[in-house]
Ligand binder design. Structure first.
Ligand SMILES: *Cc1c(COP(=O)(O)O)cnc(C)c1O
Length: 372
């Protein structure tokens, strides 16, 4: 079987003494030694002050709460993992969906600008599959630009990791991501005040003296996850280079199948290829769902990812959180045409750091066979 992800983690023997020391000290969480070390390493690597969270989702909610989006509207792509709009709702704001561009799969700046009004408090862009969103530089003067870069740790844009593309951004270290601490995430920002607020939100709204100054939750990373993260950093560059090369070999193998559009890296980018998205176009002769079912029959666990979030039941205009939406003249049914088309055609094909030529062959042969 070819699974959708094949994560690699250090063996226990590689960190058992340090793990024992954590257990002996009794300091298992609450901003312990390893979380602080991991944060210092990440800050060095990303070039932007960084703090850790229990998950990417926790970092996302804390980031949105820290910029005070409550009761406002936040513009997000509909073509994303549902965590993106969910975080907006959980932070007390309303998500307004904007369309994406066909070639980058990222927010279409013109459609975003059409959705901005006096309720808008932030734009939350996404790095789909590790492709990097490039927000127009002048937006930052007018509105809070935030980035859900959950899947893009290790991707580069003109040689930079791009952790400073907005006022703040987050990464996920979930087991399905390219860099994993099993569960985990981080928030990066050069805005000191925002960072201090996010730290309080991460710890039930308490400041360092224990005074509760705002509504927070428990978003803290455990020491064991930080320890795994530190260990993972030692081999990350090598694994990432291998992954990028394997993804390129996979694209080459999938090329030339009529009706199967294989996503490329936008100019200047080296994505980490969290997955390899392909689009089943009409010329393929079979629809996407058939291709997925046929792949699963052949034990290739491709995934339908991302969905069009505005089509999910909880984002129906009838849902109480979406009350008042769509705004007049802003009916998502008539809009979001690129999102609707691509979400109906997309398949995420697995990429592993250590994907073999044989696995790549099996996948390419299967797509050729399914097309017939
Ligand atoms: C994975 C992912 C998340 C959630 O991250 P977790 O660490 O699993 O909470 C959020 N947004 C996007 C775009 C993701 O891919």
């Amino acid at each position: 079987m070819i699974p959708i992800v094949r994560p690699s983690h250090p063996r226990l023997a590689e960190f058992d003494t340090r793990f024992d020391a954590i257990l002996k000290s009794g300091k298992l969480t609450n901003n312990g030694q390893y979380v602080q070390e991991f944060e210092a390493e990440l800050t060095k690597i990303l070039g932007v002050p960084t703090i850790c969270f229990s998950s990417g989702m926790a970092a996302l909610i804390a980031m949105l709460r820290a910029v005070d989006v409550e009761h406002g509207e936040v513009i997000v792509p509909s073509f994303t993992f549902p965590a993106t709009p969910h975080a907006v709702v959980l932070a007390g704001a309303k998500p307004v969906f904007a369309d994406i561009l066909d070639d980058t799969l990222c927010l279409d700046p013109e459609d975003v600008e059409r959705q901005i009004n006096h309720h808008t408090v932030a734009v939350l862009g996404v790095d789909p599959y590790g492709l990097m969103w490039e927000p127009p530089a002048h937006w930052g003067d007018q509105i809070d630009v935030l980035i859900d870069s959950a899947p893009s740790f290790g991707s580069t844009l003109n040689g930079s990791l791009g952790a400073n593309r907005g006022r703040a951004q987050i990464y996920s270290f979930h087991a399905t991501k390219v860099f994993s601490t099993m569960e985990g995430g981080c928030l990066c920002t050069s805005d000191h005040e925002l960072m201090e607020k996010a730290k309080r939100i991460r710890n039930f709204g308490q400041d360092s003296d224990g005074a509760v100054t705002e509504f927070g939750f428990n978003g803290k990373m455990m020491e064991i996850c930080a320890l795994i993260g530190l260990k993972q950093l030692e081999t990350f560059d090598i694994r990432l280079a291998s992954r990028v090369a394997r993804a390129s070999a996979l694209r080459q193998a999938l090329d030339g199948i009529e009706g199967l559009r294989v996503q490329r890296a936008p100019a200047g980018q080296s994505p980490n290829w969290t997955y390899q998205p392909v689009f089943v176009e009409p010329e393929f002769g079979k629809d996407r769902d058939t291709v997925v079912a046929e792949s699963h029959k052949r034990d290739i666990m491709v995934r339908v990812y991302y969905p069009a979030c505005h089509e999910l039941a909880c984002y129906s205009p009838m849902n109480k959180h979406m009350m008042g939406f769509p705004r007049a003249g802003n009916n998502p049914i008539a809009r979001l045409s690129v999102t609707r088309r691509l979400a109906s055609q997309v398949i995420s094909v697995p990429v592993f750091d250590d994907m073999t030529d044989q696995e790549i062959d099996i996948i390419a042969k299967a797509f050729r066979e399914i097309r017939g």
